[in-house]
Ligand binder design. Structure first.
Ligand code: NAD
Length: 499
């Protein structure tokens, strides 16, 4: 049996080991999920929602262990473990635990033409959902989707990232202890081929979170099988700092938005676009704050701001993008190199004099590097924001509320926040969705939950005594003028307008 040995990205220590699943074990797991889903899917939504609220309790009881796992396996600072991994889960479980019954209640459709009939949509589970997750939020990402799929009545087979399989085991235990049947939430472990085998094992729905490159492969597999999928892919979030931005709030927000989780957030600020009137003063202050960030191994202490990158490959991507920018004329205002010694640490970095031909402006960095672009106007800032092939998150900073919303509406991103960063990841009532190459479909929100169900339409007779319809057979000379008059009445008369 092959295994994955998980090493700490901060100090290289062996943290644990998991067995890799085979195509046979994956098929057996999916079958077990299918069997278990039958009873789970028949339970009233309210019962399943009550289970989510019990899971919340189990997660609260295991908070320290979850934070510890995230620190050891992922290098996550403890504050981020608590906020990004625990709070986000608790909030999501609370929202859908309290709201699922309302969200999944049948919806009637007011009829326009066929007034003698009535329609409604009812939501039924899809069956077995495959959730394929990345490593940057090992608890929140996979299990956010899992919680939603479960409350919708599905069974879930979750494939965590090969870099963070241990966090998933503990969180699954919380779900099972909270009352989710064993077969309804199972894990498969392995590399990309295991993710692909899971999609090919007869699942009914796929929620994939990961890179654009893998997302394309997942979409192709789902297309081949005609399985619905939601893809949550990469980001290159711009933060537009206008000349009237509040300096203190903007500075703190940019600092956190650029360097939280060592910049390994799909919503991280990856392009800082600053109005020329405030550029020098703002960037000077930012560099001072970035230099003061404490980089280190979170497994021993709470006093760490920025942890390591997840692996050597990620470190090399960051090094390559910074080298390309410098070769094309960018200035390293601070940072700019890896930290010598154990672990995959990279110094928090600010690059100035950045231009749009540099790879760092066009490719996802996923590291603690903020490249700064200078612009002369609001229009130029919006143009810059929209120039990316990615469109997940974007941020606008201005003290003028009307201007902020106006600018936000012109930016092609799934979410634009005004005077804030990242935070809607912890607001499950809001949609989390990528435009352009950042994804397809929506995670979180009422729509996201409904999409985890089959939306089935029922149309029935509101006037059951009616014997026949006007347009049924026979087609004869008598009925043709009648139909013509009907068209005129419906679409070219005051009566039609009343409809
Ligand atoms: P990745 O694409 O390398 O891997 C993601 C998952 O897919 C892993 O579990 C991996 O084993 C699996 N996988 C790999 N090849 C596969 C295949 N052919 N078929 C099925 N599964 C396969 O991504 P990553 O490096 O783990 O994560 C980082 C990326 O995720 C970044 O691009 C980041 O922006 C993105 N991300 C997006 C969001 C979002 O909400 N949009 C959130 C977090 C991360």
């Amino acid at each position: 049996m092959s295994t994955i040995r998980v090493h700490s990205p901060a100090n290289g220590e062996l943290v644990g080991e998991v067995e890799i699943d085979t195509p046979e074990s994956i098929r057996a797991i999916v079958q077990k999920a299918r069997d278990a889903q039958v009873e789970w899917g028949l339970r009233p939504v309210a019962d399943r929602a009550a289970v989510l609220l019990k899971v919340r309790k189990k997660i609260l009881e295991n908070t320290d262990a979850i934070v510890e796992n995230a620190a050891r396996e992922n290098g996550k600072p403890r504050h981020e473990g608590l906020l990004h991994e625990v709070l986000t889960q608790l909030e999501l479980l609370t929202y859908f635990g309290n709201e699922a019954e309302r969200i999944l209640a049948p919806q009637s459709i007011p009829m326009r033409l066929l007034k003698h009939r009535a329609s409604y949509i009812h939501y039924q589970p899809r069956g077995v959902c495959a959730i394929i997750a990345p490593w940057n939020f090992p608890n929140h990402l996979g299990f956010g989707g899992a919680a939603m799929a479960l409350v919708a009545g599905n069974a879930v087979v979750l494939k965590p990232s090969e870099f963070t399989p241990l966090s998933a085991q503990l969180l699954r235990r919380c779900y099972i202890d909270g009352g989710v049947p064993e077969g309804c939430l199972q894990l498969v472990n392995g590399y990309g081929d295991v993710g692909a085998a899971l999609i090919g094992a007869g699942v009914d729905f796929v929620e994939f979170t990961g890179s654009v490159a893998t997302g394309r492969k997942v979409a192709a597999m789902c297309g081949e099988r005609l399985i619905p999928c939601v893809l949550e892919l990469g980001g290159k979030a711009p933060a537009l700092v206008m000349e009237d931005a509040d300096t203190t709030r903007t500075l703190e927000a940019v600092l956190w938005g650029g360097y939280a989780n060592a910049g390994q957030v799909c919503a991280s600020i990856e392009r800082l676009v600053v109005h020329e009137k405030v550029h020098d003063a703002f960037v000077g202050k930012l560099v001072n704050r970035v230099k003061a960030l404490r980089v280190g191994d979170a497994s021993g202490t709470a006093d760490i701001d920025v942890g390591p990158l997840v692996n050597q490959r990620q470190l090399e991507i960051v090094e390559r993008l910074v080298a390309d920018a410098v070769a094309k004329g960018a200035t390293v205002a601070c940072g700019g190199k890896r930290v010598e010694g154990a672990g995959f640490f990279y110094e928090p970095t600010v690059l100035t004099g950045v231009t749009i031909d540099m790879d760092i402006v066009n490719q996802e960095t996923f590291g603690p590097v903020v490249p700064v672009l200078k612009v002369g106007s609001e229009a130029e800032a919006i143009l810059e924001a929209n120039r990316s092939h990615l469109g997940l998150l974007a941020y606008v900073f201005t003290k003028n509320g009307g201007r902020g919303r106006r600018m936000a509406e012109q930016i092609r991103a799934g979410t634009v926040m005004v005077n804030d960063v990242l935070a809607t990841a912890a607001a499950p009532e809001t949609p989390w969705a990528g435009l352009k190459s950042s994804g397809i479909g929506v995670a979180h929100s009422d729509d996201g939950l409904r999409h985890m169900c089959e939306a089935r339409h029922v149309n029935y007779d509101a006037l059951p005594w009616l014997q026949r319809e006007l347009w049924w057979f026979p087609y004869d000379k008598k009925s043709l003028p009648l139909l013509r008059r009907m068209l005129k009445l419906l679409y070219d008369s005051p009566f039609g307008r009343l409809l």
